[in-house]
Design a protein around this ligand. Structure first.
Ligand SMILES: Cc1ncc(COP(=O)(O)O)c(C=O)c1O
Length: 431
């Protein structure tokens, strides 16, 4: 049977961004006929032994405690499991000198769900028919934002400015404040920090500028902190979480080793928290209480924050260095390639300026040599204007082994050199 779909049904059954490409990647891997691919597409974190042990120990404690039945055999509050809410509030109050109460914290079934609640509670059409936009102040950003709103036209992303160092072959995106508009038509502002896919960390000053701009119009700012301190602390450059009356600090425990348990955390003004909570009640009642109970233990003891800075961060930072070193050794210095500064997250982002083919075609050529990155064009959700740059980038996951990363960068360099040479792209003076 082919069911007739509504507008929402149609929208939600289309795969967006990386999810669409993943289908091609899975088919490629399946039909590889023994070819060994180096898969640089993964968004799944590596299972690090210390991290797995932490969750195993927390689970063993929970199993042995009288709390077990209450946790697993009962429904609970949509706001979240009380001991986890209390652990998060106490940790943040102590760490950042805040005055959070339980009312400022919401636990969601993964942070993707949190963005879905916000996108449809605060973005889209008001009762008077006015469109409230979801503003992404710096494109590229997380591909998953493309699928969270039921109203496609609500998403609006802004092109960044680019700081590039031609001799070092490095670059960094910055919000373009000369273009960015936040006003009475804005429902909320959303960006990831550190950023998936680029590893960019929007500076503390830039966050304050965005929130000040938004405050004028009473617009909430959701800072997607899926890679931020205190856990998983996947920042390689110093950064401070910023708090304020209109800021919702949004976290995920996925990159801290619990992607399977679906745990997101929102910290913010209680009136926004209540709106998001009501949405969650209607959608799925609450997140897994088993996951929440083990997370409460790991946060309360301080073990999760410690393991984040001592193990998780160092692991991915070292991977970025391997990739950077391999690219520098293999890429021709006279080609206009630029690696985004590795400031955090679990990905590297490569920009090939004036690339003679599209990112999708480059992805196909790389598959031929057994390397699978993600074409960059999947990471510009909400960008309405055409921009060459969107077809000139690749996301490279840092979840591969050192050897795989080094080999993949050598193969990538050979493919890229051949493509530019065949197209006879003039090399820029001074590069
Ligand atoms: C920036 C960013 N935000 C949100 C998510 C969603 O994470 P989850 O729903 O697992 O918490 C991801 C997942 O990769 C991400 O990279």
């Amino acid at each position: 049977m082919n069911p007739a779909l509504t507008q929402f049904g149609d929208r939600m059954t289309h795969l967006t961004g990386v999810r669409a490409i993943m289908k091609d990647i899975i088919e490629t891997l399946r039909s590889g006929h023994g070819q060994d691919f180096i898969n640089l597409s993964a968004g799944n974190p590596v299972i690090l032994p210390e991290v797995e042990r932490l969750w195993r120990e927390c689970t063993a404690e929970l199993l042995a405690s009288p709390e077990y039945g209450e946790v697993v055999c009962r429904y609970g509050s949509s706001q979240g499991y009380q001991p986890l809410i209390a652990a998060v509030a106490a940790d943040f109050n102590q760490r950042y000198g805040l005055n959070l109460t339980d009312r400022n914290v919401l636990i969601t079934a993964g942070s993707q769900a949190l963005y879905f609640f916000a996108a449809n509670a605060l973005g889209g059409y008001t009762a008077e028919g006015r469109l409230k936009q979801i503003v992404l102040p710096l494109s590229p950003d997380y591909t998953g934002y493309g699928g969270v709103t039921l109203i496609a036209e609500a998403l609006k992303a802004y092109k960044p400015t680019i700081d590039r160092n031609e001799t070092q072959h490095r670059f960094k995106y910055r919000p373009d404040f000369s273009q960015l508009e936040v006003n009475e038509s804005t429902g909320f502002v959303l960006f990831s920090r550190p950023c998936n896919p680029t590893g960019n960390v929007v500076s503390d000053e830039e966050v304050k500028q965005i929130t000040a701009l938004s405050n004028r119009y009473n617009v909430p700012v959701l800072v997607d902190s899926a890679y931020a301190p205190p856990f998983p602390a996947l920042n390689f450059t110093p950064m401070t979480p910023v708090f304020g009356s209109n800021i919702v600090h949004c976290m995920s425990l996925s990159k801290a080793g619990l992607p399977g348990e679906r745990l997101g955390i929102a910290i913010g003004d209680e009136r926004i928290i209540q709106v998001l909570e009501a949405f969650q009640t209607n959608l799925c009642i609450h997140s897994s209480r088993y996951g929440q109970a083990i997370a409460a233990r790991a946060i309360r003891s301080g073990a999760l924050a410690d393991i984040s800075t001592q193990v998780i961060r160092l692991y991915y930072q070292a991977k970025f260095t391997v990739l950077e070193t391999a690219l520098e050794a293999a890429m021709p210095t006279d080609l206009p390639w630029y690696l985004h500064r590795g400031e955090g997250a679990i990905f590297a982002w490569l920009w090939l300026d004036e690339l003679p083919i599209t990112d999708w075609e480059l992805y196909q050529s790389l598959k031929q040599v057994g390397v699978i990155p993600v074409p960059g064009s999947a990471f510009f959700p909400g960008l309405q204007e055409d921009w060459d740059h969107t077809r000139q980038c690749l996301r490279i996951s840092l979840t591969a082994t050192d050897e795989e990363l080094a080999t993949a960068m050598q193969r990538l360099a050979q493919v890229v050199e051949r493509i530019y040479c065949t197209a006879n792209v003039p090399v820029k003076a001074g590069m």
